[in-house]
Design a protein around this ligand. Sequence first.
Ligand SMILES: Cc1cc2nc3c(=O)[nH]c(=O)nc-3n(C[C@H](O)[C@H](O)[C@H](O)COP(=O)(O)OP(=O)(O)OC[C@H]3O[C@@H](n4cnc5c(N)ncnc54)[C@H](O)[C@@H]3O)c2cc1C
Length: 403
Amino acid sequence: MEQPYVVVGASLAGAKAVEALRAEGYRGPVELIGEEPDLPYERPPLSKGYLQGKTPRAEFEVHSADWYRGNDVALRLGTAVTAIDPDGHTVTLADGERLGFAKLLLTTGAAPRRLPVPGGDRPDVLTLRRVGDSERIRARLVPGARIVVVGAGWIGLETAAAARLAGAEVTVLEVAELPLLRVLGREVAQVFADLHRAKGVDLRFGVQVAAVEDGGVRLGDGSLVPADTVVVGVGIKPNAQLAEAAGLEVDNGVRTDEHLRTSHPDVFAAGDVANAFHPLFGRPIRVEHWANALNQPATAAKSMLGRDAVYDRVPYFFTDQYDLGMEYTGYVEPGGYDRVVFRGDVPGREFIAFWTSGGRVLAGMNVNVWDVTDPIRELVRSGRTVDEERLADPAVPLAGLAG
Ligand SMILES: Cc1cc2nc3c(=O)[nH]c(=O)nc-3n(C[C@H](O)[C@H](O)[C@H](O)COP(=O)(O)OP(=O)(O)OC[C@H]3O[C@@H](n4cnc5c(N)ncnc54)[C@H](O)[C@@H]3O)c2cc1C
């Protein structure tokens, strides 16, 4: 009997992978296995429209149940894979069943980090990754509720925005001096600090959380920040345990080459879990963004089918907070730039920021300015040196600068 192509992890990357296998014309058996009970869904609305009660659940399913049936994809939901055996070509399910595979794709994603302090693992300390988490938090976002968010990253800030929009009192605790400092650097991080302060969020920087207690969050200086609800957004860790236990190369996620092949020739990885060699940057990067989970699976599927495919897209992500929408295209290591060039109206929050190094654009972020992702991507990809005065000048078309 023909062994199936097995995909472990039934979220965005997993669902796009089975779609790509069929789109590539593969007609053999395909199994998609996921431990969550729900049909694969996209996560960005969980901290935005769904958390605000605006976006209905059905809008962010990747495919309908009919799609999987119609494309002959065997879906095993509510089913955790507990072990993989790459040489033996089997996966073991939580109930002990073993399933053979011809090729295996790991799309196991990532899980929220907990706060490493006393009380950090209390059940009432909430994190936000799954649809149930979003529903649990949403139920607490009521006028006057005291919501304390630990961590001023993307998830923390989007949660703070949803809480303010619901009329809650919001305090954000952050160990760094500014929100998103590592990803954006000081110049642009300030934009997000100003935004949340203007919306009435009590932002506290340079604070250490010492413990979570019944009444709230205890800080390193001994003071207590009172809280009805504590939401923690202090980053995620890749779900690489299966790969690690099977002896695959794991280093900040499952290491893959540019074809998304792991250290075993029949096992592949994509999405948040994959630390994939990126030809544009000349080294592996692990991207924790929607667009990566959306696009990498097509390359993984082709590679599984023995076709020559390379994943070299420029990373891209987006956020929506209050009336600020932004897209970010590119990749910058913390501190890995020498200038930020602004084009447009920064106080009015309608601008593009470019991170440059030696006159080359590493990344661009458009804030409330639209339809510029293509030229920004070309600027990043081209690696060309650009005149920074022209880069700052809204009258100079971006497409021209990219060549
Ligand atoms: C609240 C929230 C908001 C976000 N907003 C944005 C945004 O605005 N912009 C943006 O670019 N990105 C955003 N992201 C990031 C984006 O959602 C992720 O990059 C994307 O979900 C990654 O998809 P994935 O399929 O690789 O992994 P995941 O979505 O993590 O899915 C992995 C799946 O594998 C399952 N799994 C894990 N281990 C096993 C196992 N052993 N057996 C079976 N199943 C297993 C998990 O249960 C999970 O269902 C957001 C993420 C969250 C949580």
